[in-house]
Design a protein around this ligand. Structure first.
Ligand code: KIV
Length: 290
């Protein structure tokens, strides 16, 4: 447990103990400014491998590397002090077996200072989850739509709409939680599936596109802040930060073109030196023309 400036950081057991209590608040954070904004309001910050799509512009999370996760995870840990930081294990770093997973997860824990890792998958990952948990690495599970399997799924459509899929998801949740996961992300499933998992699991279910029945929620911060072009159905836009930022950049560009920025207040003055008058060329485009 770390205590910074009198603030005790939440731990995986704290989140585990919230089953049946106040809803758990999670949000993704990929960098220091995002972590600073979210830390005091959230119970956990997820350094999700969705950063590959949101920050790096990939079409899927598959290209994300362990080094990318470690660089972003370390930034989020440095800029936060209250929320538990959970870092995703990226595709290819853990599926080979428990020992490969331990090597990847222990690097993440040592090099970022985070309090837990998350990995995707159910029954076939249970042995790996158990191996990590027994060796001191708290694991958050992730079932339902598991985006790292996009090439097998073929699309990001919701999962669990028929009996075969919904029974498989129930078995997946049961397997990773029995193996020791302290919480379970449930992504893009119908309410019926989320409700059954939430009833059955002794640990908090954390929904994303899995309805209000879950024990907690997580969203991608950029989605709810209005910084991503595509808004999945399960996202509520809490702000249009993208529009505000675009307007700010437009005003900055106009001021630079009109030599209205930098102003005197943004300039290092020297006594006795008068800045020369600058004539705007006649053909200087006016702000209004833009
Ligand atoms: O990578 C991510 O951001 C996630 C959330 C969508 C749960 O796994």
């Amino acid at each position: 447990m770390s205590v910074v400036g009198g603030v005790r950081r939440l731990t995986a057991p704290d989140i585990r103990a919230r089953k049946g209590g106040a809803p758990v608040v999670g949000l993704t954070a990929y960098h220091a400014p995002g972590a600073r904004l979210a830390d005091e309001h959230c119970d956990f910050l997820l350094v999700g491998d969705s950063l590959g799509m949101v920050l790096y512009g990939y079409d899927t999370t598959v290209p994300v590397t362990l080094d990318m996760m470690i660089a972003h995870g370390a930034a989020v840990v440095r800029a936060s002090r209250h929320a538990l930081v959970v870092v995703d294990l990226p595709f290819g770093s853990y599926e080979e077996g428990p020992q490969a997973a331990f090597r990847a997860a222990s690097r993440v824990m040592k090099e970022t200072g985070c309090g837990a890792v998350k990995l995707e998958g159910g029954c076939h990952m249970a042995a790996t989850v158990g191996y990590l948990v027994e060796r001191g690495i708290p694991v958050m599970g992730h079932v339902g739509l598991t985006p790292q399997s996009i090439n097998s799924f073929g699309s990001f459509r919701p999962r669990g709409r028929d009996d075969i899929e919904s029974e498989a998801i129930a078995a997946d949740g049961e397997a990773v939680v029995s193996a020791g996961a302290f919480a379970l992300v449930v992504e893009a499933v119908p309410v019926r599936v989320a409700a059954a998992l939430t009833r059955a699991m002794p640990v908090p279910t954390i929904g994303i596109g899995a309805s209000v029945v879950c024990d907690g929620q997580i969203l991608v911060a950029e989605d709810m802040l209005g910084l991503t072009p595509r808004v999945p159905k399960f996202v509520r836009r809490y702000a249009e930060v993208g529009a505000i930022a675009s307007d700010a950049v437009a005003r900055y560009a106009r001021d630079v073109r009109n030599r209205a920025f930098p102003g005197v207040e943004n300039t290092y003055a020297e006594p006795g030196f008068e800045a020369p008058e600058i004539d705007l060329p006649d053909d200087e485009p006016s702000a209004a023309a833009k």
